[in-house]
Design a protein around this ligand. Structure first.
Ligand code: SF4
Ligand code: FE
Length: 502
C-alpha cells in the first residue's frame, strides 16, 4: 500500500492510548499541537513524496514480499541502485521540508533486522526470521510510520549494561513468559517518535554473555501500554506557539523524544532478539553504516536550501556579483556536493549480504557521516557571513506588522528595490532556522553515532598492512605484492561498542 499524507495524518490524530508529553503537558492529538505540528508535517512529506510528480518514482519501490508497490521508506534494499535511490530521495525531501523528516531511522532499522535475522536463520533460528518477515509485510501492507529506537540512557559510560548502578540504564528484559517479554528502561534522542505509529527497538552497543538481558530487539505500537514519550526542547521552539507566518516556523521541523518503557509487554511474534548477545555487535554496525550513508542525502539537501537562501539574500542587498560572495557560495557548493558524493559512493559500492539484500559500503558510509559531522558548521558559518548580522538582530514579524513601525521597518530593512522588507525577513529567518537548527548542527554531529565512532571504523576497515606493502614495493624494498583483502571485519566485530563507550 502507498498511503497519502492525509491518510497518515488521520491515523495518528486522536490516539487515545498514546502517552506523549510536551513541556510538561500531555498531548493527545499530535497533528494539532503547535509544538509538534511542524514535525508531523515533515513526517507527512515522506508520504506525500510518493504521490508528488517530482518524487513519485524515487518515493516508491516494488515489494517482492507483497508483490505490490510500497512507499520506499519501508523498502528492503535489493541493489546498490536502491541504496543510491535512498540518498537521492532524502536530498529531494530536504528541499520540501527544510528539516529532518524523521522516517529514515525506522527504515534503516528494518533493513538492519532483515540482514541480522537472515544471519540468524542461517544458524538455525528460522523462527525469528519468519517473525521478522511477517512484521515487514505488516509494515509494508499498512505503509506504517516507524521510529527506530536505539540509543539507551547509558548511565555511566565506562560500565557495561550489567555493571550499571541503575539496572535499567540500558533497556532490559525483566520477565519472559510463554506469550512474550516484559521490558523496562528508556531510549533517548528518538527522532520523530511522537509522530510514529510503531517503534522498532534495537540494542545500542555490542554486548557480552553477561549482558544478555539487555540484548533485546522488538517492534511495538507507539501507543503500547507503559510507553511514555517526553518530547525534547529545541532552539527557538517557543516561536511555534506564536502562530505567526514568518517568525513562527512556517516550514517544518523535527523533534526527538525520550521514550520510557515502564514494564512494557511485547508479544513473542514481535520479538527479534531476546538474549542473543552474539548478534548485537554486528547489528549495531550494520545499522550505523546504513544511517551514516543516509546523511549524505538529507544534509546535502539542507545545504541546497541554505545555499539558495544565501544567494537570494546577497541579491537582495546587491552584493551577489562581488567576488568574495561568489567564492563563499562556491565553497558551500563544494561542501554540499562532497557530502552527497560520499553518500552515493557508499551506495554504489554496496556490500551484498544475502540474496537480494544489500548493505552500504561501510568505509564510505562512515566517511559520509564524518564529513557531515564537519561540513554543516562550515556551511552555516558561510551563510551567516553572507546574510550579515541581521540573522541575529532582525526585528520580529510583529514589529513589521505594527502600524506604528511598519513604514520605517519596510524602509530600513529593504535593500535592492526588487525586494521588500518582508522578503528579507523571511529569508533571514530561513537561514537562522535551517543553518543553526537541530537537524543541521546537532544531529549532524551526533546522529548515527558521534565522530569518534566513525574514526574507530576508519582504522578498523582500512587495510594498513596492504598500504605498507604497496609502499614497500614502490620504494624498491620488495618486488612482489599480493593483494590479500582484509577479512570482512563487520561480520564478527565488537568495535562499535568501544566507540559507544566514549
Ligand atoms: Fe532521515 Fe536525515 Fe533525519 Fe536521519 S537526519 S532521519 S537520515 S532526514
Ligand atoms: Fe538522524
Amino acid at each position: 500500500t502507498v498511503r497519502t499524507g492525509e491518510q497518515y495524518l488521520q491515523s495518528i490524530s486522536n490516539r487515545s492510548k498514546v502517552e506523549i508529553y510536551v513541556m510538561g503537558r500531555e498531548v493527545k492529538d499530535v497533528t494539532k499541537h503547535p509544538f509538534l505540528k511542524p514535525s508531523v508535517m515533515s513526517f507527512k512529506a515522506t508520504f506525500d513524496a510518493a504521490w508528488e510528480e517530482d518524487t513519485k518514482e524515487l518515493g516508491r519501490a516494488w515489494s517482492p514480499y507483497l508483490e505490490e508497490e510500497i512507499n520506499r521508506f519501508n523498502h528492503v534494499h535489493r541493489s546498490p541502485e536502491d541504496l543510491a535511490a535512498k540518498v537521492k530521495l532524502l536530498r529531494k525531501l530536504s528541499h520540501k521540508t527544510g528539516a529532518c523528516f524523521q522516517r529514515c531511522v525506522g527504515w534503516d532499522s528494518l533493513n538492519t533486522l532483515n540482514i541480522v535475522t537472515t544471519m540468524m536463520a542461517s544458524k538455525g533460528k528460522t523462527e525469528i526470521r519468519d517473525r521478522f518477515v511477517e512484521y515487514l509485510k505488516f509494515v509494508q501492507k499498512n505503509d506504517l510510520a516507524l521510529a527506530g529506537a536505539m540509543t539507551d540512557a547509558k548511565g555511566v559510560r565506562n560500565l557495561k549494561p550489567s555493571q550499571q548502578p541503575n539496572k535499567n540504564a540500558y533497556l532490559r528484559i525483566t520477565e519472559v513468559t510463554k506469550d512474550g517479554i516484559y521490558v523496562s528502561g528508556a531510549k533517548a534522542n528518538i527522532t520523530g517518535v511522537a509522530a510514529t505509529e510503531e517503534m522498532v527497538v534495537l540494542p545500542t552497543r555490542a554486548m557480552g554473555p553477561e549482558d544478555k538481558d539487555y540484548a533485546v530487539a522488538f517492534a511495538i505500537p507507539t501507543d503500547s501500554e507503559g510507553v511514555k514519550i517526553v518530547v525534547g526542547r529545541q532552539l527557538n521552539d517557543a516561536r511555534r506557539m506564536e502562530e505567526g507566518e514568518i517568525d513562527a516556523l512556517p516550514y517544518f521541523y523535527n523533534h526527538e523524544g525520550l521514550v520510557i518503557f515502564d514494564n512494557v509487554f511485547v508479544p513473542m511474534n514481535r520479538v527479534f532478539l531476546a538474549g542473543e548477545w552474539e548478534y548485537t555487535g554486528t547489528l549495531v554496525e550494520i545499522f550505523s553504516a546504513y544511517h551514516r550513508q543516509g546523511y549524505g542525502g538529507c544534509k546535502a539537501g539542507l545545504g541546497d536550501v541554505i545555499i539558495g537562501a544565501s544567494a537570494d539574500l546577497a541579491k537582495q542587498i546587491g552584493v551577489d556579483r562581488a567576488s568574495h560572495v561568489q567564492d563563499k557560495l562556491t565553497e558551500m557548493i563544494f561542501l554540499t556536493e562532497t557530502m552527497y558524493s560520499a553518500g552515493i559512493a557508499a551506495s554504489l559500492n554496496a556490500v551484498k549480504m544475502c540474496d537480494n539484500c544489500w548493505w552500504v559500503n561501510p568505509m564510505h558510509a562512515n566517511v559520509t557521516k564524518h564529513l557531515v559531522a564537519r561540513f554543516p558548521s562550515q556551511i552555516a558559518q558561510l551563510s551567516i557571513d553572507l546574510a550579515g548580522g541581521i540573522v541575529g538582530t532582525a526585528p520580529s514579524e510583529w514589529d513589521l506588522k505594527n502600524p506604528k513601525l511598519k513604514e520605517y521597518i519596510s524602509r530600513y530593512l529593504q535593500g535592492a528595490e526588487d525586494f521588500t522588507a518582508e522578503d528579507r525577513l523571511r529569508m533571514v529567518r530561513l537561514v537562522e532556522n535551517v543553518s543553526m537548527g537541530v537537524a543541521f548542527q546537532i544531529e549532524s554531529v551526533h546522529g548515527a553515532g558521534s565522530p569518534a565512532a566513525q574514526r574507530i571504523m576508519f582504522t578498523r576497515l582500512y587495510d594498513l598492512n596492504f598500504a605498507q606493502e604497496v609502499a614497500k614495493k614502490l620504494a624498491g624494498r620488495k618486488s612482489d605484492v599480493k593483494f590479500t583483502p582484509k577479512a570482512e571485519p563487520w561480520r564478527d566485530s565488537q568495535s562499535e561498542s568501544e566507540a559507544k563507550e566514549l
